[in-house]
Write a protein of this length. Sequence first.
Length: 655
Amino acid sequence: MILTKYVRRAALLVVRSAAATRLVFGIDPARATIVLTGAVVLGAVPVAIGWLTKALIDAITGSAGFGHLAGIAIGLLAATAASQLAPTLLSLAEAELSRRVAAATKEKLFTKVNGFAGLSYFEQPAFHDKLRLALEAGEYAPTQVLRTLTGTVQRTITLVGFLVALWIMDPFITVLALLAAVPQLVVELRLSRARFALQTELSPAERKQLFYAMLQTQAAAAKEIRLFGLGRYFRDLMMAELATTQRGQRRMDRRVAVARMGLDLVSLVPVAVALVWVARSVAANQLGAGDVVLFLAALAAVTAGTAELAVLVARFEELALTLGRFDELLALEPDLRAGPGRPAPALRTGVELRDVWFRYREDLPWILRGVNLHIPVGASVAVVGPNGAGKSTLVKLLCRLYDPERGEIRWDGEDLRDLDPASLRDRIGSVFQDFVSYDLSAKANIGLGDLPALDDLGRIRQAADRVGLSGTLDALPRGFDTPLTRLFADEQADERSDDLADGLLEDGLEAEDGRSPGGSYLSGGQWQRLAIARMLMRADRDLLLLDEPSSGLDARAEYELHRVVSEVTGGRTRLLVSHRLNAVRDADLIVVVDQGEVVEQGSHAALMAGDGLYAELFRLQSTGYADVSAAAGVTPQSPDHQADRLVVTDRSELA
């Protein structure tokens, strides 16, 4: 049984090592060959030096001629030069090879990650642990396998050379030295397994530690952390996770230290026996000075070499297991059911949901329960309802970021699962409630909505103008090219930003909100407008999905937004999710969702007449609007009317 286990482990080592070697040689065969050849040379050099040293001593004690001595000396000089120069050249080749392998494996891994068409993997903590370990494995493990292989080749050549010398002098001591390596190999293999298991065990704690560290340095969280005094709390959480990882590492360090000290004691046995043998042989005039030097060098090399080989073999196994994480992630099944993958056709009749059931995991409650809904082509459909009713989930399903667990969604009668996700999404424009604020330029933040038009400033400016943002972006230090980031320094600041900085310094001022002239920030509402502009880059698509697009806008901006979107996307099929019922009253169809079910649908007038959930919610939002309107002369869009005092301001009034 034990033998079978070690045979399986040896087979795994061979398979993984062969795969890693093929990968490395496939990426850069020239440098990989140099590295392997260098290992052979470095392995042979110590043996050559040992034999040449013996020959030199024997020649000196034997009164050899000058020519013979000079030849040996030149050989020693060449071997010594090779031992000194080869490691530097080898290190140079290994460093470049490592960079190329890291780049190739990272590209391969992220090609796989970007190949996941849906979101389900990205919402699993276990996947993120697996991804982090796979990233580490892919970046260093293939090169480490080759490096370990070359180290093994190098030390094997050295070991074999000195074993031959040792065997010639005394076979018994040779066998004894080899037997002493057996416990070293067994212990090192067990330690490699333990180290690998520890990595897996500590991965969640290391990821949490990284999260808490990032949280304390992110600008997005800085306000609340300071306002609520959370800095020490998150610091303590970070340090607790760090303590967890360090306890595990400390435990492993002690285990390794105890094991290796025991191995060191075992390795002294053949050394002690050999020294006694040398002493007796010298006393009996059976060994010359050169023999003693070679014997002691061979004994030291064999003793150290067997220990190093045991470590390398164990390292091989650890790397094989580590590479398994990389291969395991590459072998993950697609997160969405693979179908024929036909290109999505232009939408002609509409989208239909038939008895759609969905939940994010089997152990979680249903988010959608038997939803039936028809979205006619060219219609404006609004989805409303309480928080957690499943409105945003509907949007994700329509984008096929998930598949329904039951039921189906049909695009002109074709199941979305039978369509190519990329071609389907190319026919959809969307803005999500949790839209992304990219740490890129203003132009890129809009242009990413339609990647082929990323450099089309005319279209980008038009989209920004439609949401009333072009003037704001033009006023930035570098206009549309201004980086909207808190993370990266603007290393290409032009004269305009320099002039602005000089002007601010001369006036004793700084940019609004403490902004650097080289990288400006937008307000929350401006970011939301920018996200809508990004969606409008796809205003010509078949289906437009707007998930709470105006939640961060003021009353005037919200009114203008809906007017502009209606004008720009007129005739397109639109689905709008909103909590502000006043913004959806003109929709062709209003769908009310509650607890994952469609409970009402119809026009605003029909739903008000039905006096159901929609009418109740609408009346709740409208309560008190008349009083506020009479007092302030405005039409509020949110329930802020309950404040003791309303202050209506305009930028001109604050100047």
